[in-house]
Design a protein around this ligand. Structure first.
Ligand SMILES: C[S@@+](CC[C@H](N)C(=O)[O-])C[C@H]1O[C@@H](n2cnc3c(N)ncnc32)[C@H](O)[C@@H]1O
Length: 253
């Protein structure tokens, strides 16, 4: 896994070559100041779910008006629905580059816009070829424009994990990035897919964790017992849990 050492490298180079520009009056001081705020490579980056609070900055009330809320929650990509916030799209961009996933599994295809977004970003950001598999019950809603050589849609009823194609899962290369955006049987699916996950793989559970109800709290205990830690860079990059997956950017240890 790559770490975002860009700021660190910049800081080292600037200190070595342009020390006179690093004062508050110098024209590089602001960039050095940013590097200490970003600090994405800090040692306490990974946290146990039980050690985290549940305050989320992505509360509906933070949106100043309805059009902001609609704009934030209902983006499109290449004309297709891509129901992710701009914050989460920025986080996925970074994670795809950092993790270099060979496989992305998306649960919940909707129109296919998010699958297309993942396939495009995989092809641009990853050195080795990868594949995106997107699963949905209602595959007839997938738009004909949601086509990409790396993207395959599967019609599957996720309410029963027996409907997954085990042979497919066994052959898919790692690292994996799994995104659960279907909102059905989330922890049964997590337990099932965990049999196929390897150390270092990521599992993101969208939307449901925003409720922070008993099912989620209990489910995250299971996640912790299964050896997953929360990657707090992703949960907190824009503010505490300012993501549609609060406490649910999970990395298998
Ligand atoms: C929130 S939408 C997915 C949004 C999409 N990933 C995006 O970002 O644009 C949830 C999807 O889950 C699918 N879904 C709901 N129940 C399902 C089930 N039992 N099995 C498979 N898919 C299901 C719905 O058809 C819907 O397309």
């Amino acid at each position: 896994m790559r770490l975002a050492s860009g700021y660190k490298a910049f800081s080292e180079t600037a200190h070595k070559n342009y020390p006179d520009q690093l004062t508050p009056e110098g024209n590089l001081g602001w960039a050095i100041a940013l590097s200490s705020v970003v600090n994405a490579d800090r040692s306490d980056r990974f946290a146990r779910p039980s050690a985290r609070g549940w305050t989320s900055s992505l509360h509906p009330k933070i949106f100043p008006n309805r059009s902001t809320k609609v704009g934030v929650l209902a983006l499109t990509y290449k004309g297709l629905m891509n129901v992710k916030t701009p914050f989460d799209l920025a986080l996925y961009t970074r994670l795809i580059w950092e993790l270099q996933p060979r496989t992305i599994l998306e649960l919940g295809s909707l129109q296919g816009g998010s699958g297309l977004w993942f396939a495009d970003h995989l092809s641009v950001l990853c050195e080795k070829p990868g594949e995106v598999h997107s699963f949905d019950l209602n595959s007839k809603c997938i738009h004909e424009n949601a086509k990409h050589p790396l993207l395959t849609f599967h019609q599957v009823d996720l309410s029963d994990v027996a409907n997954f194609d085990e042979n497919l899962l066994k052959r898919l290369p790692h690292p994996w990035l799994v995104i659960d955006d279907a909102h059905v049987q989330i922890f049964s699916i997590f337990s099932y897919l965990n049999h196929f996950l390897a150390s270092g793989d990521y599992y993101v559970i969208e939307d449901n964790p925003m409720n922070a109800d008993k099912e989620i709290i209990d489910g995250l205990q299971l996640v912790e017992q299964s050896g997953f830690l929360i990657d707090t860079y992703y949960t907190d990059a824009f503010g505490s849990n300012l993501t549609c997956a609060p406490n649910a950017w999970l990395r298998k240890s």
